[in-house]
Design a protein around this ligand. Sequence first.
Ligand SMILES: [Zn+2]
Length: 123
Amino acid sequence: MTVTSGVQGRCAHCQTLLDLEPWQLNAMAMQEHFNCKHCQRPLKLSCPEQIRRFKALGSLATVRATMIVLCATVLLVTLVLEWVGLVSLAQQLSISALMLASYLLVMGIARRRLRRPLLLQVA
Ligand SMILES: [Zn+2]
């Protein structure tokens, strides 16, 4: 079983969609070329637009961590506010639901970005 990063790339030679492995992502980060698994011809990431998208992929983990901390904080704060009687149970539940919905929304957008394949260039 090979480890994939969940990032896909499209080969410039044969147009095959490749599941990129971590070492291939490292190669791209260092502007090194690597061979397509399908046609064995060299590929690299050289287009500025694709490089920008590649760098944004790394921030997905940060986005997720930030959202989890934010959600947990809001849920705890509303729970405490409900205990001390500053908000009603209905308000607490609606704030919690809103928070969970925004978490799912943000992660959904981030994951959709990740799934769009990178267009690789001929090296
Ligand atoms: Zn190829």
